[in-house]
Write a protein that binds this ligand. Sequence first.
Ligand code: URA
Length: 237
Amino acid sequence: MSKPFTDAVVRLDFYISHTLGLSRKEAKMLIGKGHVNVNGELVKKANHSVTREDTIVCQEEELSWPAEKYFVLNKPAGFVCATEDDVHPVVLELIEAHEQKDLRVVGRLDLDTTGLLLLTTDGQWLHRITSPKSQCPKQYRVWTVDDVTDEAMQALQEGVMLNGEHAPTQADAVERVDCDEILLTISEGKYHQVKRMLAATGNRVEKLHRETIASLSIDDLAEGEYRALTDEEIALF
Ligand code: URA
């Protein structure tokens, strides 16, 4: 798969080849032959750096920076959070073919987990959400094999030791819905975090659904459906 066009700074030959659908070699030739101007100056170096603030003209035509894409999907079970997989269908297949180019999955949900999943072409936005520093709250609805005791609710809130970790992991909030159903909010994104937190209380997750990330929800989306984010939603992160 091609490198996503998401970096703030890219090489001129990469920009030209991506924007005009040319090979890197063809783009280099165009640049080398003096057909490309950046901010009114002739540029013949293929490795010249450009950003979306630059005005790039190729053979008299002003080129534009590709618009970034931001989607929210209600992920069904049985789909892998990847762009390619040899065994299972991937979430990208749920997005219309013409929208798929350069899309990346923001974080991961397990194969059997359902619910809110973000996809974007914008690498910086993706990083802001997934970086451990971001502390972005994610709420999960958790159905458990055994009833969740009051002691387990308290342990999840105060911090539990996950297998292989040296410090306790705490939920931001835990709310009981039923004896075997809770709403768990976490801000970290450790591997299998929810399942490991429940395992640390001696229980097991039967079914897991991500309801929200920050104030973003998928109440309007049926399983497998997706939509573009609004400008206000993009600005949340
Ligand atoms: N925690 C998990 O254990 N699995 C997920 O898919 C998401 C969070």
